[in-house]
Design a protein around this ligand. Structure first.
Ligand code: PMP
Length: 455
């Protein structure tokens, strides 16, 4: 049973004692008391199917019994020492995490930190130290974190404050195959496609060519002649609204960036750990090997844990000074992280992502063909976006109030979905990787009902 203060008091405290910048989902807030696997329960015991997993963070399920057991065991043994002493957990976990990277890659060294922003900050520092260059390029519509460094990499206006931030950071045109000027949706790496054609089957992809040209242009016009430090990209944009690129874009962008002296950084904070179904890391689906990979969220199934993985050569430049993070690699977080890796294997989470994700995408694409409001269905595995539009031709975003109504109706019927994109008109479906086909079918029925009610 719920033991906290009444909801009215909790709401008052939130208004008075917590930062006003906090995002509070839903007009009639929900107060979550408990979670189990794909389910959340409010203070009255009402059950919700959690299709957003605490923003793509609960990877293997709320309070997964095996993760709870690992935490309990470590809890009794040792919480904290910092890494000035040896303790087995960080070493065993480091070895296990590195074993998840392609064997032929040189991604061998891991730094543990506490959040995605920590990880990306560190990646920026590493790239600059290693290349001895300064300029970094990210993509428009990307979210990489909220620190003063990263506010310059994050390119979504709703997350940017009007303060000096992100010196030497530039944004390239987003290779968005749905909203971008050149089409290309048929060459995105997804089981579902829309009606925008791109003749990439012949081996050339006009959309991809044009977006790479834009990147080249940016480097030529806005960066120093000496070259750049890094290119930073998610392999599917998360907060930006599950935006996918033409299949060949990342590999060509990586080649270009390396020819300008930069390193390539993959932000796998949302896309890693099997979520996209076909690969453990989504960069693998693009045929690229980054020089630095950052990860957070799903790595700890909700426990504060994040990491940066890189090559010994890049890591070596960090040896020029001391670099220290008090909680990074803490025994508790490493015990959790290690058990999450085991559970992903034992529970076949990657396979579930692939199978249930593909089923969801197929069913959602039927909604897209049936409803005028549903402009695009996209994604891969359990990383799905549904873009709601006022007009399928112009792709003008659906009025925010209507989007909110559809989304709130889903919540009232027991299904929690995320929202994202520059205009907040993309429904984001990224559940814990333990959902079942029945859950997927229930979610589709709920979304259909909500779309019908708001025609
Ligand atoms: N990168 C990506 C792709 C993210 O989605 C996020 C968080 N939404 C971050 C980095 C930052 O992670 P954190 O909130 O843990 O700092």
């Amino acid at each position: 049973p719920y033991k906290g203060k009444p909801k009215s008091e909790i709401t008052k405290i939130r208004g008075e004692n917590l930062t006003p910048a906090l995002l509070t989902y839903y007009k009639n807030h929900i107060l979550i008391n408990q979670g189990y696997m794909q389910w959340l329960f409010d203070e009255e015991g009402r059950r919700f199917l959690d299709l957003f997993g605490g923003i793509v963070t609960v990877s293997v399920g709320h309070c997964h019994p095996k993760v709870v057991q690992a935490l309990d065991e470590q809890n009794r043994l040792l919480w904290h020492t910092t890494n000035i002493y040896l303790h087995p957990k960080i070493h065993e976990y480091a070895e296990k995490l590195i074993s998840k990277f392609p064997a032929d890659s040189n991604l061998k060294v891991v730094y543990f930190v506490n959040s995605g922003s920590d990880a990306n900050d560190l990646a920026v520092l590493m790239a600059r130290m290693y290349t001895k260059r300064f300029d970094i390029i990210s993509l428009r519509n990307a979210y990489h974190g909220a620190s003063p460094y990263l506010m310059g990499l994050t390119s979504l206006s709703s997350w940017r404050y009007q303060v000096p931030s992100g010196f030497g950071m530039h944004q390239a045109v987003n290779p968005d195959v749905y909203k971008g000027p050149w089409g290309g949706s048929n060459c995105r790496d997804s089981p579902v496609q829309t009606d925008r054609q791109c003749d990439c089957s012949s081996g050339s992809c006009e959309a991809g060519d044009n977006y790479v040209e834009q990147l080249e242009d940016l480097i030529r016009h806005s960066c120093p002649k000496e070259g750049i430090a890094a290119f930073f990209a998610e392999s599917i944009q998360g907060v930006g609204g599950t935006v996918q690129f033409p299949k060949n874009y990342l590999s060509r962008a990586f080649d270009l960036v390396r020819s300008k002296g930069g390193v390539c950084i993959s932000d796998e904070v949302q896309t890693g750990f099997g979520r996209t179904g076909t690969h453990y890391w989504n960069f693998q689906g693009h045929g690229v090997t980054p020089d630095i990979v950052t990860m957070a969220k799903g790595i700890g199934n909700g426990f504060p844990l994040a990491a940066v993985v890189t090559t010994p050569e890049i890591a070596a430049t960090m040896g020029k000074a001391l670099h220290f993070n008090t909680y990074g690699g803490n025994p508790l977080s490493c015990a959790v992280g290690s058990s999450v890796l085991d559970v992903i294997e034992e529970d076949n989470c990657q396979q579930i992502s692939h199978d249930i994700g593909t089923h969801l995408l197929e069913e959602l694409s039927k909604l897209r063909d049936q409803f005028d409001y549903v402009g695009d269905v996209r994604g891969k595995g359990l990383m799905i976006g549904v873009e709601l539009v006022a007009d399928k031709k112009t792709k003008k975003p659906l009025d925010a109030e209507k989007v909110t109504k559809i989304w709130e109706d889903c919540k009232d019927m027991g299904v929690l979905i995320g929202k994202g994109g520059l205009h907040g008109n993309v429904l984001r479906i990224k559940p814990p990787m333990c959902i079942t086909k029945e859950d997927a079918d229930f979610s589709i029925a709920v979304l259909r009902k909500s779309l019908e009610a708001n025609l």
